[in-house]
Design a protein around this ligand. Structure first.
Ligand code: ME8
Length: 476
C-alpha cells in the first residue's frame, strides 16, 4: 500500500473573518497535499476553525450574537474562502462539532484518571488576544507585546496539567529528531524554551463559559488551547473512529507560523505522551509577515481579505503571489502595491506569453498537432525536492527561470522565419515539439501551486487540434 501523509494547518479563530495570513498557511499546506497526491501518497489534509474561548465569546457579544450563531457565520466564511482559493482539504474541523467534543472528553478523562491533571488555583494575568496566561515580566509598559492591551487579572480555580513530568521526554524527542522542528534554526528556538521556567499549565477555565465542559467537573470549561490542539486527533476519529485514527495518526506535518510554536512544540507533544499516543513527525514553523512594514490589524485597517485578491487576480495568481513574496520559512514583508506588477510581469507576460506563443505557432505552422515526440530541453530537476523542503519560493523560481529560458529559445530560434523556409522544416518541428514537451512538464510541476493553470495548459496541448485559445492571464 502506498505511503500515507497526514497534513494539518492550525485551526483559525473565528473572532473575525479570514485574512491573507490564514490563506498563506493554508495555501502552503495545500501545495504539499497536492504534491504528495501527485506522488501517489494517500493524503489526508485537515484545516478548520477554533471556535471556543474568551476571545470568540467576547467578539460574539460585541456583535450582539449568540456564540454558536456567530461561530457558524464566521466558520462558514473560512470554508467559503478556502473553497475560493481552491484548497483541497479532505476535512474541515470545527471545535464546536459534536465528534470533537467526544474526543476531547475521552482525552481529558484519560489524563485525569492517570493522575496527570490536578486541581489548583491560578492567580495572575491573562491575555485574551493570545488566549494564554502571561507573566508580568513579558509585558511591555504593562501591555501584552503582541496585542498592545493590558491583560486581565484573574484568580480562579483551574485544573492543571503536569507538564513538568513530561518535559524531559519531550526535549529528548526533539533533540533526537523523533519530532523534527523545521525549518532548521527554529529547533534552537524551541530547545531554548526548555531553559526557561515552563510551568504546569491550566487545562480549564472557570470564568469562561464558552467551551467544552470538563468531564470530571462540568462547571469548568476546557481551556481553548487544549481544546484546539486536540483537533489534530479528533479530526481523524480519536473518540469515534479508532480504525481511521490508527490509520492516519501521527501527523506527518503540522504547518503553522512561528507565533504558536510553544503550544505545538512543547505542550502538544507532552499532552500526547500523557495520553500514550505517538507524537507528530514534523512541526513546520513558517515566518510571520507584516504588510508594508506594519503588523496586519483591524485597528490599523490594513487587513487584506484573500477574496479580494481572488476577485482581482484570480485563484491561481493569488496563490502564486502570496507564496512568492519572501522565503517560506523566514519572516517577511508583503507589499500590496507590488502584487499587480508581479502579476503582469510573471503571469501575464512571462508565462502567459510563452503559452500563447507556443500554442499559436503549433496551430499556425503544424496544423494544430505536435509534430514530434521529443524531450523537454530544460530540466526541472529540483522542483520536487524544494517542495518537499517547503522551499516554495525556490521551487517557483526554478519554474519561472525555465519559462524565461523557453521564451529566449523562441526569440533565438525565430520559428516564424524558419516557417518561411521549406529547408528549415525539420528544425521548426523540433523546436516547437520541444517547447510543447517543456510546457507539459512545467504544467505537471506547477499543478500543486496552480491547479487550474496546469489543467488549462495540459488540456490545450491534448486537444485533437491545438489552437491558441484565450490568454491565461489578462493584464491588470
Ligand atoms: O493561533 N503571517 O489562530 P489564529 C504568517 N486558533 N502567518 C499568519 C499571519 C501572518 N501575519 N497571520 C496569521 C490561532 N497567520 C489558534 C491556533 S491550532 C491548534 C490553534 C497564520 O487565527 C499562521 O498559520 O490566530 C498562524 O500560525 C495562524 O494563522 C494563527 O491563526
Amino acid at each position: 500500500m502506498s505511503k500515507k501523509f497526514y497534513i494539518t494547518t492550525p485551526i483559525y479563530y473565528v473572532n473575525d473573518k479570514p485574512h491573507i495570513g490564514h490563506a498563506y498557511t493554508t495555501i502552503a499546506a495545500d501545495v504539499l497535499a497536492r504534491y504528495y497526491r501527485q506522488k501517489n501518497y494517500r493524503v489526508y489534509f485537515v484545516t478548520g476553525t477554533d471556535e471556543h474561548g474568551a476571545k470568540v465569546a467576547q467578539s460574539a457579544n460585541a456583535a450582539g450574537m449568540e456564540p454558536k450563531a456567530f461561530c457558524d457565520q464566521n466558520s462558514a466564511l473560512f470554508k467559503e474562502t478556502f473553497k475560493a482559493l481552491n484548497i483541497s482539504n479532505d476535512y474541515f474541523i470545527r471545535t464546536t462539532d459534536e465528534r470533537h467534543r467526544v474526543g476531547v472528553v475521552k482525552f481529558l478523562s484519560k489524563l485525569h484518571s492517570n493522575g496527570d491533571i490536578y486541581e489548583g488555583t491560578y492567580e495572575g494575568l491573562y491575555c485574551v488576544g493570545c488566549e494564554r496566561f502571561i507573566k508580568e515580566k513579558e509585558l511591555v509598559d504593562g501591555l501584552c507585546p503582541d496585542h498592545k492591551k493590558a491583560p486581565e487579572k484573574v484568580s480562579e480555580r483551574n485544573y492543571f496539567f503536569k507538564l513538568s513530568k513530561y518535559l524531559p521526554a519531550v526535549r529528548k524527542l526533539i533533540e533526537d529528531g523523533t519530532i523534527k522542528i523545521l525549518p532548521h534554526g527554529r529547533e534552537k528556538e524551541v530547545l531554548g524554551l526548555f531553559k526557561q521556567d515552563l510551568e504546569d499549565f491550566s487545562v480549564s477555565r472557570e470564568n469562561v463559559q464558552w467551551g467544552i465542559p470538563l468531564p470530571f467537573d462540568e462547571k469548568q470549561k476546557t481551556y481553548v488551547w487544549v481544546d484546539a490542539l486536540l483537533n489534530y486527533i479528533t479530526a481523524i476519529g480519536y473518540g469515534d473512529n479508532d480504525a481511521f485514527f490508527e490509520a492516519w495518526w501521527p501527523a506527518d506535518v503540522h504547518v503553522m507560523a512561528r507565533d504558536i510554536l510553544k503550544f505545538h512544540c512543547v505542550y502538544w507533544p507532552a499532552l500526547l505522551l500523557a495520553a500514550g499516543l505517538p507524537v507528530p513527525k514534523v512541526v513546520y514553523l513558517h515566518g510571520f509577515f507584516t504588510l508594508d512594514g506594519k503588523k496586519m490589524s483591524k485597528t490599523l485597517g490594513n487587513v487584506i481579505d484573500p477574496n479580494d485578491l481572488v476577485k482581482k487576480f484570480g485563484i491561481d495568481a493569488t496563490r502564486y503571489l502570496l507564496l512568492t513574496q519572501f522565503p517560506f520559512g523566514q519572516d517577511g514583508d508583503i507589499k500590496e502595491s507590488l502584487f499587480a506588477e508581479k502579476y503582469n510581469a510573471d503571469l501575464a507576460n512571462n508565462l502567459g506569453n510563452l503559452v500563447s506563443r507556443v500554442l499559436n505557432m503549433i496551430e499556425k505552422y503544424c496544423g494544430g498537432t505536435v509534430p514530434k515526440d521529443v524531450v523537454s530541453p530544460i530540466p526541472l530537476a529540483h522542483v520536487g525536492d524544494y517542495i518537499e523542503l517547503l522551499q516554495f519560493d525556490r521551487a517557483l523560481k526554478e519554474l519561472w527561470e525555465a519559462v524565461m529560458k523557453a521564451n529566449q529559445i523562441i526569440d533565438e530560434a525565430e520559428p516564424w522565419k524558419l516557417a518561411k523556409d521549406p529547408g528549415k522544416r525539420e528544425q521548426l518541428e523540433t523546436v516547437l515539439s520541444q517547447l510543447a514537451a517543456l510546457l507539459l512538464e512545467f504544467a505537471a510541476a506547477i499543478e500543486p501551486f496552480m491547479p487550474e493553470t496546469a489543467d488549462i495548459i495540459i488540456g490545450s496541448l491534448n486537444e485533437a487540434r491545438i489552437t491558441k485559445g484565450d490568454p491565461l492571464f489578462k493584464r491588470v
